[in-house]
Design a protein around this ligand. Structure first.
Ligand code: PRT
Ligand code: MG
Length: 244
């Protein structure tokens, strides 16, 4: 039995059509239930429903063989114990820095003063600003990051943006684009080797489904993808790399 970890919401909603294209359907009645372990039409595959930021943890420890997680979540987790063979090209958004309209971000950075940055992604924010030589005090939040600059908790936020309407509604402006984000299929590194025969057909089918979806990969995913140390059999061009 292969266990696939997913989060409810956009990740599950956008993964289901890929599974369907790979020939795997899930009973809608099961999806509407509050069950956390869901069977699929394939007796060899079940889904588990976890918090988006917990997907890498379930897969790292082998409680799930594979999972679907945003690149943002994977960067913050660090990717330990995980292969990231497939860019699923779903859950597209950008990771960016935003500030309150009227806040002089450039001047603040130039002044060398410490910037207070509210974010769910403290590791990513630390690395991003350290690389630019900007001193920051990351403030860990778990949601509604957009509020922080409005009530004086932070000078800036680091968060994912898709349409930009949440920033706009809260009078925030994007001042830096950190990177393009999409969801990746992650595989437990040990399972990738020991359960190869069971996993390879599913990975190959998902890869075909992504190609058939017609969605183009983002530029950053092309640049960041590393050369595979080992290809799942039957898969022509799986990109495997713990840090891609
Ligand atoms: O909700 P929970 O705290 O449980 O977890 P989560 O917020 O991480 O889960 P979910 O389902 O909201 O997001 C899962 C993944 O979807 C993320 O890890 C991203 O990779 C991806 N994704 C794509 C997004 C968005 N687009 C997105 N717009 N995740 C979050 N948002 C939020 C963003 O944080 C902001 O508050 O939507 C708001 C901005 O949207 P726009 O359209 O107004 O710009
Ligand atoms: Mg959310």
């Amino acid at each position: 039995m292969i266990t696939l970890a997913l989060s409810k919401g956009r990740i599950l909603d956008e993964t289901l059509p890929l599974l369907a294209a790979a020939g795997i359907s899930v009973d809608p009645a099961v999806l509407d239930s509050r069950k956390l372990i869901l069977p699929t039409a394939d007796p060899g595959l079940r889904l588990i429903i976890v918090r988006a930021s917990d997907v890498p943890t379930y897969v790292q420890y082998g409680a799930a063989d594979i999972g679907v997680a945003g690149k943002d979540v994977l960067l913050e987790h660090g990717g330990e114990g995980l292969y990231q063979p497939i860019d699923l090209r779903i859950g597209r958004c950008r990771l960016c820095v935003a500030v309150r309209r009227g806040f002089d971000y450039a001047a603040s950075v130039r002044s060398g003063a410490r910037l207070r940055v509210a974010t769910k992604y403290t590791m990513v924010a630390r690395e991003h600003f350290a690389a630019k030589g900007v001193h920051v005090d990351p403030i860990k939040l778990y949601g509604s990051m957009e509020l922080a600059p409005l009530v004086g908790l932070a000078d800036a936020i680091v968060d994912v943006v898709s349409t930009g309407s949440t920033l706009k509604a809260n009078d925030l402006v994007e001042v830096e684009d950190i990177m393009s984000i999409s969801a990746r299929l992650v595989v437990n590194q040990a399972a990738f080797k020991t359960r190869r025969a069971a996993l390879a057909p599913l990975l190959a089918a998902l890869e075909r489904a992504v190609e058939q979806s017609g969605v183009q990969p983002s530029v950053s995913s092309l640049v960041l993808s590393s050369v595979p140390p080992a290809l799942p059999s039957g898969s022509a061009n799986a990109r495997v790399g713990s840090s891609s």
